[in-house]
Design a binder for this molecule. Structure first.
Ligand code: GRG
Length: 253
């Protein structure tokens, strides 16, 4: 499919080659990004570009940027100091395979590379970097509140830990094709609700929702419907945005 091809090609283009010095860093960065993943965020970015009436090729660098930033969060989340996960996507986590220090550094480098890549966007670079930075801070805010567990505010955690990067994805895709702020706002509303639906669905799959089953299902359904409703009045091809919302609704993983 066209989306997957663009996403894999641009990630391959911007990541360091496996033997670039120091090879262990290049390999850890490639391993982190290359172990699969659903590529939901870059798909949202490309779909938003289409929905805003633009050419998806213009959103290729923002799409890669958000996936790089997302992968940095996963690499750091798996560290012993955080979730202490030895596996990710059915394979060894980055720290388990390359050591803790290299995993910290590979995450740092993925984060920096995300900004370098976003800067290659064909237009609205300042706004794109602003969205990436704002939501990049947001995901850390969500993570800290989740870890600290001082006062468990589920709405805050879901908004920042999960939805923020969805929102940045949509905004960056729209901005890359020259969308105005009104269109960007509609796509951010779509992505916010898509992010919440994604998280409720995740809770259902993991069986660890803070709400009972019925409430979680209805929250997921309600958020998906709100996401689709937010698309009214967009000038472009909405089919991918709708397909994404529908596919997350029924997803098994
Ligand atoms: C370390 C700053 C920092 C943040 C960590 C990613 C994360 C924040 C925590 C992981 C735990 C979690 C449930 C996060 C919510 C977001 C989420 C569902 C991440 C997993 O995203 P997927 O399913 O991953 O899109 P793939 O593997 O498909 O890329």
């Amino acid at each position: 499919m066209r989306f997957s091809k663009i996403i894999e090609e641009v990630l391959d283009e911007v990541l360091p080659k496996g033997n670039d010095r120091p090879a262990i860093l290049s390999q850890a960065m490639r391993y982190a990004v290359g172990t699969g993943g659903k590529r939901v965020r870059p798909r949202i970015c490309l779909a938003a570009a289409l929905g805003a009436g633009g050419d998806i090729e213009d959103a290729r660098y923002p799409a890669a940027a958000i996936e790089l930033l997302h992968n940095y969060t996963l690499v750091h989340d798996d560290l012993p100091a955080m979730d202490n996960d030895e596996e990710r996507r059915g394979m060894m986590s980055v720290w388990k395979k390359f050591g803790e220090a290299n995993a910290i550094l590979a995450g740092d480098a993925l984060l920096a590379l995300a900004y370098k890549t976003a800067a290659l966007s064909p237009r609205n670079v300042k706004r794109i970097i602003e969205e990436l930075g704002e939501k990049g801070v947001g995901v850390v805010q969500g993570q800290v509140e989740d870890i600290e567990e001082i006062k468990r505010d589920i709405d805050f955690i879901y908004l920042h830990k999960t939805a923020d990067l969805f929102i940045a994805s949509a905004a960056m895709g729209a901005l890359a094709v020259g969308a105005d702020e009104e269109l960007v706002g509609k796509l951010k509303e779509y992505a916010l609700n898509l992010g919440l639906a994604f998280q409720y669905q995740d809770d259902l799959l993991d069986g660890d929702s803070p709400y009972d089953l019925e409430k979680t299902r209805s929250l997921a359904e309600e958020s998906t419907n709100k996401a689709i409703d937010a698309l009214q009045g967009l000038p472009g091809d909405l089919s991918e945005l709708i397909r994404l919302a529908e596919s997350l609704r029924g997803r098994q993983r």
